[in-house]
Design a protein around this ligand. Structure first.
Ligand SMILES: Nc1ncnc2c1ncn2[C@@H]1O[C@H](COP(=O)(O)OP(=O)(O)OP(=O)(O)O)[C@@H](O)[C@H]1O
Ligand SMILES: [Mg+2]
Length: 321
């Protein structure tokens, strides 16, 4: 029987002493979705994934993954999921193929099936040519790809990825996403991931923004950005003060002057610019129109940018280990 939801959580909660790491979380992810959990350090993302993967017992509430209850039937949940941890868990002394074979043995996969799956997956993540090299000789991106392959070996229905690309350079990040998109196209699988890269979150069908243990808002990237609603228009003009004044008077929009020029927000920036230039009695030297970003969304809901919320640690700029 197919589960109606790939992941379902109701009132899920985790408390460490008096600290509430995850507070009354409700969520429902459909089979085949790519669902992203976005939030700064300490938001409760890994704690949530660990509860969903049966590695951590919820303090309250319930969750079902791949159709099974995480507390009552953890073994069935484990058979239905693949997991890529935030920290690498590959054995550097073993080759890529040996790492996968070890996992196949753990899952008791029949030899012939394991051999086929192993070859297909090494192909999918483009590591066939390195299958006999010890993993300690792999780059960060290659390790990540191998871990994703390992997570898929027993053909799980739901793949959990905790920060799949943290510590990787932008090019490798894009390559990993190409693999994930290909995987989605080739196999019917649900992907549940956490990230604090907002650009990466754009790859998800649906997102939940998490902050301080709470799910703040949920929706498609377009829906979330739609809530912020307005493009940012920045004008460089011959006289910024006069231009800002004219924008306020003629268009009734809030306009501010700053070092980069006149800044204003309006829903359809591209259509607004020609009208603005026609009616503004000040020479316009340049215009940029920037659609709302997920960072704007985060700011809108939490009052902080995600980088401010991350505090002094800056995982965007290097590996965390
Ligand atoms: N074993 C633990 N004991 C006590 N507190 C913990 C434990 N694990 C996590 N926490 C706390 O719970 C909160 C959520 O942590 P969690 O690891 O889930 O955050 P995260 O969103 O995954 O952050 P990051 O982006 O840094 O990975 C943090 O305040 C953390 O300090
Ligand atoms: Mg984490």
């Amino acid at each position: 029987m197919r589960a109606r939801h790939a992941v379902l959580a109701e009132g899920l909660r985790k408390t460490y002493g008096t600290h509430e790491a995850v507070v009354d979380l409700d969520l429902a992810v459909d089979p085949g979705e790519t669902y992203g959990f976005v939030g700064p350090n300490g938001a409760g993302k890994s704690t949530t994934i660990n509860m969903l993967c049966t590695l951590l017992r919820p303090s309250a509430g319930r969750a079902e993954v791949a159709g099974h209850d995480v507390t009552r039937d953890p073994d069935s949940v484990r058979r239905g999921i693949g997991l890529v941890f935030q920290e690498s868990t590959l054995d550097g002394e073993l080759t890529a193929e040996e790492n996968l074979r070890f996992q196949a043995d753990l899952f008791g996969m029949p030899r012939a099936r394991a051999r086929r799956a192993l070859a297909d997956l090494l192909d999918l993540v483009e590591l066939t040519h390195r299958k006999d090299s010890p993993v300690r000789t792999f780059s960060g991106g290659m390790r990540r790809r191998l871990e994703i392959a390992r997570g898929l070996l027993h053909m799980p229905r739901v793949l959990f990825l905790d920060e799949p690309t943290t510590g990787l350079d932008p090019q490798t990040r894009v390559a990993i996403w190409e693999h994930l998109h290909r995987l989605r196209a080739e196999q019917e699988i649900t992907i549940f991931l956490t990230t604090h890269h907002l650009e990466e979150a754009e790859n998800c069908g649906r997102l939940a923004i998490m902050d301080q243990g709470q799910l703040v808002v949920e929706g498609t990237p377009a829906e979330l950005k739609g809530v912020v609603g307005a493009d940012l228009v920045v004008l460089r003009t011959g006289d910024d003060e006069r231009a800002a004044h004219a924008v306020r008077e003629r268009f009734g929009l809030e306009a501010r002057t700053g070092p980069d020029g006149v800044r204003l927000r309006t829903p359809d920036g591209a259509a607004f610019v020609p009208r603005l230039c026609a009616e503004l009695a000040v020479p316009v030297h340049s215009v940029t129109v920037t659609p709302p970003s997920l960072d704007d969304v985060f700011l809108h809901y939490t009052g902080r940018t995600i980088r401010e919320a991350d505090g002094p640690r800056q995982p965007d700029f290097g590996p965390r280990r």
